[in-house]
Design a protein around this ligand. Structure first.
Ligand code: MN
Length: 211
């Protein structure tokens, strides 16, 4: 696992952090159902080798819950593009937990599916290897993110999910341009908040467009 500088924050981002025009974001939750499983950690990176991790701690565990105004302001800031891998889940989890609709969004999984049509491997581990030359460990993926004391292994894993998204995105964007699919990618990104809301309403599987 390649490292980066990791800053762990409890409750919220510091007020003075500037991620520039685009920020890579990932979330860790108690499970795969954004309606059921609480948001535990939000990871962010400006693509500069540094990851900021925000631990969301419920009041019952001594935390401030979803009182995180700096994080919420960033999520809705129209001049900062948010880069996700499988944004559908993270946007639903963030909306369900924090009540804010993240925008504008880019999703590397959607981009990969639109241009890497020669493969069915669109996982972050696949993209990191093929587009950033990085071997990501997924060993901590299923660990207990609700723990108040996250392990160094968990923090490194969580950070690695955002540290390479800018590099991956730059490669995918070039392919979208080359294959003339940037417009349809952008239209798909713009629909993601609605898709996330539909998922939270229970229209996830089968989805609203299914026969
Ligand atoms: Mn992750």
């Amino acid at each position: 696992m390649s490292g980066g500088t990791i800053h762990l924050h409890q409750h919220d981002l510091p007020a003075d952090i500037d991620f520039g025009g685009s920020v890579a974001i990932d979330t860790e939750t108690m499970g795969l159902d954004p309606r059921r499983d609480r948001l535990c950690l939000v990871q962010l990176s400006a693509g500069d080798g540094t990851a900021h991790l925000v631990q969301i701690i419920p009041p019952a565990l001594g935390g401030k819950g979803t009182d995180c105004p700096n994080l919420k302001a960033l999520l809705v800031n129209p001049s900062v593009t948010k880069i996700f891998h499988f944004a559908r889940f993270d946007v639903a989890a963030l909306y369900n937990a924090l009540g804010v609709v993240t925008a504008p969004i880019i999703c590397t999984k959607i981009a990969s599916k639109l241009v890497r049509t020669y493969t069915d491997r669109h996982g972050l581990k696949d993209l990191a290897r093929d587009m950033a030359g990085v071997d990501l460990s997924k060993q901590q993926q299923t660990s207990d993110w609700g723990s108040l004391e996250l392990t160094p292994e968990q923090l490194a894993y969580a950070a690695s999910d955002v540290l390479y998204l800018h590099t991956i995105w730059q490669k995918l964007e070039a392919l979208l341009v080359r294959e003339n699919r940037l417009d349809i990618a952008q239209a798909a990104y713009q629909f993601l908040p609605t898709l996330a809301k539909l998922d939270l309403l229970g229209y996830g599987d089968p989805d609203l467009f299914h026969h």
